[in-house]
Design a protein around this ligand. Structure first.
Ligand SMILES: [Zn+2]
Length: 524
């Protein structure tokens, strides 16, 4: 039986073995009723660290992990922020292709004076004005549409996050749902879907009621999307754990409560899929966009830049800094890159630095790594320099490891349990990745490296759709697809960069020619 903090949920009637059996019967035509259509259901639990999954807080996710394929070496894409990884999820590519290079990013056509927040979907509409597209490569919705399949996405994260799951829905390609696009006016694209939702379900509670938004969103998913829109692929992005962990830390009572409610909602959605008769042909992916680390030390790097004469003032555009808290993007004329790098290398709080160009993993400026290693070389939206801040594996106040220096206006040791992501420590890079269903091997544990970039190619492969390969693109997870059975050859390497007394290293896992950045740190 499934139980949760809010009561007992009925078990799924169909076990994994029965799912496989029904699938075989369906293929052989031995059943009276036609086989249900294939469904891939992707649940993204924003900020879920895999070490937060257990039988008491997350019985549904724990069951899927126990019965399905568990990837123990999964990666968020750096900078480990939400919208970048949302775009990676729905394109199977790195920022060099999809163009959402960070949560806070600078595009003069959107705002010529300062970075903009990709969490605000009205800013993304502005981003579409100069470039035609918010995401600058093919998306899952578009590829599915060309193959007569449909993606429907729902999100209880930010409006920007919700929009990026399928910007093409404004042109009638698939469906994107977020109750707060314009509260009570626009709940989805295309418009006819929005009208049906607002008529049937009203508006969600206003910000910042994250749990209320999730409840509204998942209700629309269960009562309207699954039975009426009958998608081939559905993405449910669940927001409340992220906000709870930002404020209270991983392992806090508040975070555990949010996680229990999320798990319960996912369980209810799976029960709905079962009630609709689709579970025997449903593959489920549980993932997260990034991990989390405790903010234990503050630094005002922008203030330091001004004091060093490298930036005129906080609002100046001579050097634009887009802070992701645990890492920073710098936009400046190429001639000023080297002086900035030398300054950063002297700053004790700065860890690892990336610059454009270079070769063999080394950046163009000595003592830096190349953007090529992190797939950051977008032709029009790339920053010039990216730097990470220092980290340790110290525990947070709730006994959970992972601590990080954070950029802001508070300097010195930080009190409290506030936490975040965006850096390149293993506690934010490591994300959750579990797959379950008739097309997935299980129970199996895989130590081959995987990332959010691998989901779209793998989902499309389940529908027999091939995707391009090459630099900055994910791979099909052949090793976990039941009918494939291939094995992955895994290797790991460390690259060092050094200049004078400064040196740093980056650790990269590889499989089948695909690289995954595990972590990076500076020698101290
Ligand atoms: Zn997130």
């Amino acid at each position: 039986m499934f139980s949760s903090s809010r009561g007992t949920i009925a078990p799924w009637m169909i076990t994994r073995a029965a799912v496989a059996f029904v699938a075989v019967l369906a293929l052989s035509g031995a059943t009276q009723t036609p086989a249900p259509d294939r469904l891939v259901a992707i649940f993204v639990v924003d900020g879920l660290r895999p070490d937060s999954i257990n039988e008491s807080d997350t019985p549904t996710i724990a069951r899927l992990r126990r019965e399905g394929a568990e990837y123990t070496n999964s990666h968020s894409i750096f900078p480990t922020v939400t919208r970048l990884n949302a775009a990676t999820l729905v394109t199977g590519t790195y920022p060099m292709h999809h163009g959402i290079v960070a949560n806070s990013m600078f595009v003069a056509g959107v705002n010529e004076r300062a970075p903009f927040d990709t969490g605000d979907y009205t800013q993304l509409l502005k981003l579409e004005t100069p470039t035609g597209r918010a995401i600058t490569t093919d998306t899952l919705a578009e590829i599915l549409q060309r193959n007569n399949r449909r993606l429907v996405t729902v999100s209880s994260g930010s409006t920007g996050n919700g929009y990026l799951l399928n910007p093409a829905a404004r042109q009638g390609i698939g469906v994107v749902i977020h109750g707060l696009f314009e509260r009570g006016v626009i709940a989805a694209y295309p418009k006819d879907v929005s009208d049906v939702i607002l008529k049937g379900y009203g508006a969600p509670p206003p910000d910042p009621d994250d749990l209320g938004q999730m409840q509204w969103t998942d209700n629309v998913l269960r009562e309207y999307v699954l039975p009426e829109l009958r998608p081939d692929v559905v993405i449910d992005w669940l927001g409340p754990l992220d906000s709870s962990q930002h404020a209270h830390g991983v392992g806090s009572p508040e975070a555990k409560d949010a996680l229990r409610r999320i798990d319960e909602s996912i369980g209810r959605t799976i029960l709905k899929i079962e009630a609709l008769g689709r579970l025997p042909r449903t593959d489920i992916i549980i993932t997260s966009d990034h991990g989390f680390a405790h903010h234990n030390e503050g630094v005002d790097l922008v203030g330091r830049l001004i004091a060093a004469g490298l930036k005129a003032d906080r609002a100046s555009t001579d050097l634009v800094v887009a802070s992701q808290s645990q890492s920073l993007l710098f936009y400046l004329p190429p001639a000023r890159v080297e002086p900035l790098v030398r300054f950063l290398q002297r700053e004790p709080s700065v860890d690892v630095i990336f610059t454009r160009g270079g070769s063999g993993g080394q950046g163009r400026v000595s003592g830096t790594f190349s953007f090529d290693l992190i797939g950051a070389n977008h032709e029009s939206r790339a920053a010039n320099v990216i730097a990470t801040l220092a980290w340790t594996s110290d525990n947070n106040p709730h006994g959970v490891p992972g601590a990080q220096t954070v950029n802001g206006t508070t300097v010195g040791p930080l009190a409290g349990a506030a936490s975040g992501h965006g850096g390149l420590n293993p506690w934010v890079v490591r994300n959750t990745f579990v797959a379950w269903g008739p097309d997935i091997q299980g129970p199996r544990r895989f130590d081959a490296p995987v990332s959010l970039a691998d989901i779209t190619p793998t989902v499309l492969a389940l529908f027999g759709i091939r995707t391009p390969s090459g630099p900055g693109r994910g791979r099909v997870l052949s090793e976990s697809i039941a009918r494939d059975g291939s094995t992955a050859q895994v290797s790991r390497r460390t690259i060092e960069t050094r200049v004078g007394a400064y040196s740093s290293t980056i650790v990269i896992s590889s499989v089948s020619g695909h690289d995954y950045v595990d972590t990076a740190s500076r020698a101290r």
